[in-house]
Design a protein around this ligand. Structure first.
Ligand SMILES: [Zn+2]
Length: 499
């Protein structure tokens, strides 16, 4: 939080009062104190920016109360076409004005950042992120420190974690960022997974509705602001968790298997992860409350045409019940043969990078892989859902066999949405305003509009015509503070996997 010029103005008025010879009346003192309080309070209300620690500040290259981005192309996140030659005014961490350079004056005293050839987009708002990464067979390493920096470097200024494998680590890093102790995005911190008896070493097994309610209450009390049902959860447990979370004003998503999309929708779930690839609705002999295996579910999805009434009816149900669907094409791409090596693997520890490159070679040799057809099917289904009016949101899911690298993968997610058939500005909307809308933060973030928080990404080039330009992030503003992506990346380069 910054107090620009107002405290000095307050000091002046107090000094003026104290220079007077006679004693001040009680009313005059009260008036002076009220004036002082008002002067100090106003910037606090409008800025709400934390004081950054030296550790966070080392990544900051722009920090001023009044900033003008000029001659910049704006993609505002609403899905509207890109607008050339714009001026964006940032005041106390908020967007004060945006419009054509000719009709948007630069206020006196503003620091000017002239940006010809650049594009500014809203900070990304992505909803299936993780603060862990596969560091061995079935083992997830806790990477809160490096991943929050990589996310911010990649242009992510808000994110939901889509499942928590590190308990309090997730909540603590969120609080450290909010306090200004660490550089990173704003985080909607998900509780540990809501699951039934399961083979995962880091998950609780919830057997009854009463256990589910206690679990939700406990983690909500600890500060978790989202929940995620998982593959072995029963309808009873998931339903109770949803009710309890909703009673506390919190949302629930799911990476499902034991519960179908239709069943979860009836239970009131808010969001479904992994597009339609975690749907077991089309498995013919599925037993209730039992996961038939992710492979079996995916075979049934692979065989399902997007024009099949069974699929279109499910889509209509989700749209009607306002259930958002999260695209996580980035993780599925790493399972598909013939795909490029994903961006960012060079930041990994050499051992992890080599392990992933071996994995990539193995995947590429697998001519029988279901993902050859399943990845395009996933894309077609997400496009169909969005075209039917569904709220498609995006995340990256840094799990699987590795290769989904925080920050880099968020940019790749936008490229894959364009490959799926969305226009570049639609893809950017999915990665910004749609995420903010789902999180209920669209009044604050997700698009470039006056009054919103100045969460902005300055990009070299024009992603509205060449989506790959989203990789050219030059500067990331969070609440008007400009972070250098290269400094953030360099601070963890070659060490991602250690912390
Ligand atoms: Zn995940």
């Amino acid at each position: 939080m910054r107090l620009s010029l107002t405290p000095s103005a307050a000091h002046v008025s107090l000094a003026r009062l104290s220079r007077r010879r006679r004693r001040l009346s009680r009313a005059e003192v009260a008036l002076a104190l009220a004036a002082l309080a008002a002067l100090v309070a106003v910037p606090q209300l409008s800025a709400q920016r934390p004081v950054l620690s030296p550790q966070a500040r080392q990544f900051v290259v722009r920090d001023t109360a009044l900033l003008a981005l000029t001659n910049v192309r704006v993609i505002d996140g609403s899905g509207s076409p890109a607008r050339d030659a714009q001026t964006v005014i940032v005041r106390d961490g908020r967007i004060a004005a945006v419009g054509p350079a000719a009709t948007t004056p630069v206020p006196a005293g503003a620091q000017v950042l002239d940006l010809p050839g650049r594009t500014v987009i809203p900070g990304l708002v992505m909803v299936h992120e993780h603060l862990y990464y596969p560091v061995g067979p079935g083992v997830y390493g806790n990477l809160t420190e490096s991943f929050v920096r990589l996310y911010l470097a990649g242009g992510v200024t808000s994110m939901r974690t889509g499942g928590n494998m590190n308990g309090y680590g997730e909540l603590n890093i969120k609080r450290a960022i909010d306090r200004g102790d660490k550089a990173g995005p704003w985080i909607d911190a998900t509780a540990p997974y809501v699951n039934g008896p399961n083979p995962f070493g880091q998950m609780q097994a919830l057997n009854t509705a009463a256990e589910a309610r206690r679990f939700v209450d406990f983690w909500a009390d600890q500060g978790a602001t989202s929940f995620k049902g998982y593959m072995q959860v029963s309808r009873d447990v998931l339903g109770a968790a949803i009710q309890q979370a909703h009673a506390r004003g919190l949302k629930v998503t799911g990476h499902l298997c034991s519960v179908t999309y239709r069943e979860a929708t009836a239970l009131g779930i808010d969001n479904l992860e992994h597009g339609f690839l975690a749907a077991t609705d089309f498995v013919a002999d599925k037993a209730p409350d039992s996961c038939p295996g992710q492979g079996k579910g995916q075979q049934s999805v692979n065989a399902m045409e997007v024009t099949n009434p069974a699929f279109t009816a499910l889509v209509a149900e989700l749209v009607q019940r306002n259930v958002a669907v999260t695209s996580t094409l980035t993780v599925f791409e790493t399972f598909a043969p013939g795909r490029p090596i994903p961006p960012g693997v060079d930041v990994l520890l050499p051992e992890l990078r080599d392990a992933y490159l071996r994995q990539h070679a193995t995947v590429s040799r697998n001519a029988q892989s279901i993902y050859t057809t399943l990845l395009p099917k996933a894309m077609a289904m997400e496009l169909a859902f969005a075209r039917a009016g569904g709220l498609l949101v995006a995340g990256t899911d840094p799990t699987g066999g590795g290769g989904v690298i925080a920050g880099y993968s968020n940019q790749r997610a936008l490229e894959l949405l364009v490959e799926a058939g969305f226009s570049p500005v639609e893809a950017i909307r999915i990665g910004t305003l749609n995420g903010a809308t789902y999180l209920g933060r669209d009044q604050l973030v997700g698009s470039i509009a006056p009054g919103k928080q100045a969460d902005l990404v300055v990009i070299g080039g024009d992603p509205s015509t060449r989506i790959a330009d989203v990789r050219n992030v030059e500067l990331v503003f969070k609440q008007g503070v400009g972070y250098d992506p290269q400094k953030l990346v360099n601070s963890v380069k070659g060490k991602v996997g250690l912390y």
